[in-house]
Design a protein around this ligand. Structure first.
Ligand code: ATP
Length: 275
């Protein structure tokens, strides 16, 4: 596999050969490398348990609470080593994670939730208010629901709130974990469209973990496929979409017609990219 992680002036995030161990013994990431260019939407793809969330948490240094640890490799943001940096300091540097499962504060209103995203900022109320309006412009639904208690809003609204709250920290990069999870296809489409416009208009880069390969490869520029803690393939999104193995095993469209994504035995036999 070509080394796609060489630092260039355009590289914003670089993960080089990291290993993650949980509970001192469970080796989950076995030498994962990836890079996200400035202004890019990069997809991190893979099935259940492949290690996508672990990779994102390794970057944002959220593994400690899970008894996980990066034991090898390096993580750089804008060329600077960020391993071991307190997550709040990392937010200050422009990297923020939107966790899987949305995680809004249920007892706060949508607007209060959004404002919590600005807590690390020191540029004054005017700037924060302007960004609140920017978030409402991207998510008109959040403006309509701004006075509602987040716990009573729909799954889609909570996902929008979680992304909106991340935007309130004025990030350079958002690590977005499984935004499609549990949402109806039409809503997923809407959320990805908004991610695309935020990327294009605000210059925010995204590293997007997704099991939904089909939608992720339509919106991302570049993709990495992770399996059992190892990168097995990477390439421009258009190329991955045309790749016969990706089509068969991740998009469910094989040469012999439609095939189940979960047809693990046949999958293992044909895993050409590992041999
Ligand atoms: P999903 O889409 O299900 O979240 P994922 O690709 O994000 O999958 P991870 O959540 O990163 O995968 O999990 C990767 C592996 O690490 C799995 O085998 C999982 O069981 C294991 N794992 C995750 N968290 C822990 C933990 N706190 N302690 C031990 N093992 C863990």
């Amino acid at each position: 596999m070509p080394d796609m992680t060489q630092t260039t002036p355009e590289t914003l995030l670089e993960v080089k050969n990291i290993e993650v161990i949980y509970n001192h013994v469970i080796l989950v990431l076995k030498g994962v490398s990836l890079s996200v260019p400035r202004g890019g939407i990069t997809a991190l793809l893979g099935g259940n348990g492949a290690g996508k969330t672990t990779t994102l948490k390794a970057i944002s240094n959220l593994l400690h609470s899970e008894r996980g640890e990066v034991t090898k490799g390096a993580i750089r943001y804008r060329g600077e080593i960020v391993q071991g940096l307190d997550p709040a300091r990392l937010v200050g540097k422009g990297v923020i994670q939107v966790m899987e499962g949305r995680h809004c504060f249920e007892h706060l209103t949508i607007e209060e939730n959004l404002l919590t995203g600005a807590y690390t900022r020191t540029d004054g109320r005017g700037a924060v208010e302007a960004d609140l309006q920017m978030v409402y412009a991207y998510f008109p639904r959040l403006r309509e629901r701004r006075k509602s208690q987040a716990g009573y809003t729909s799954g889609g609204e909570q996902q929008m709130c979680a992304i909106g709250r991340a935007l309130m920290s004025r990030p350079g990069m958002i690590l977005l974990d499984e935004p499609s999870m549990g949402l109806a296809p039409q809503l997923v489409e809407q959320i990805f469209e908004i991610v695309k416009s935020v990327n294009e208009n605000e210059g925010v880069s995204f590293l997007l973990a997704e099991q939904n390969t089909s939608i992720a490869l339509r919106f991302a520029h570049y993709g990495y496929i992770l399996e059992s803690g190892r990168m097995v393939m990477d390439g421009p999104a258009d190329e991955l979409r045309q790749n016969p193995d990706v089509r068969e095993f991740y998009l469910g469209v094989g040469a012999e017609g439609r095939k189940s994504f979960r047809d693990v035995r046949s999958y293992r036999r044909r895993k050409r990219w590992l041999s």
